[in-house]
Design a protein around this ligand. Sequence first.
Ligand code: CDP
Ligand code: CDP
Length: 227
Amino acid sequence: RHRQPIIAIDGPAGAGKSTVTRKIAQALGLLYLDTGAMYRAVTWLVLQSGIAIDDEPAIAEIVSQCQIELIPDGEQPRTVINGEDVTEAIRSLEVTANVSAIASQWAVRQALVKQQQAFGRQGGIVAEGRDIGTTVFPDAELKIFLTASVQERAKRRLLELHTKGKIEVTQEQLEQDIAQRDQLDSNRAISPLRKASDAVEIQTDNLTIDDVIQRVVGLYSREQGTA
Ligand code: CDP
Ligand code: CDP
């Protein structure tokens, strides 16, 4: 093998990708690549610039010129675009509502996948997103596909928002948002959300985060042992 191993973690919103990926990166000493943060950062930039979200040529132009940095910083890496720290701003409802539309555009995916592959050239990373196992790192040593029901995922988000003191949304609204993003992400033409044929699917409705981490670390150890 001419590079360090790669773990790919895909799945829909709220399946537990970020939480699990962050902890696995720490436990195994791998770099954490949050590709969703990159699509969110571009979406933030587009909204900020006042460009219409369906103005594909203008967005292609912006994306080809922007610089995204993912800076390790303890548990939660910082996301910086064109020198501006947008770590918190990219989690807004407005960004969340528009990110799938922008992530479906060819020029956006082409530019970001290229940057993700450059980030992973040496390996030694655990990357999470929607198309990591299918498109970004199709030769990853371990591919995981995390799932959970829409209800369970909305419940998790609601709990998260309550913990942060944000209570302006209901479980129903969250279910709608999640179902709509599932729909857009799964049905777009370019690298839709899909389980790679060689990915291990983990249904997490009745699993804790630690259960999931144990499963993934176990699979990884086995893979390393047989490599
Ligand atoms: O954290 P959450 O699951 O809500 O979303 P995320 O992982 O931050 O991703 C936000 C959006 O970016 C997704 O709904 C997708 O539309 C898009 N995305 C994508 O298209 N491909 C990826 N590899 C990662 C995210
Ligand atoms: O990144 P993604 O959107 O897939 O999900 P996340 O942001 O990592 O997880 C959403 C929420 O679900 C977090 O607050 C996790 O603590 C929680 N979670 C859980 O309660 N049980 C799991 N098995 C996985 C995640």
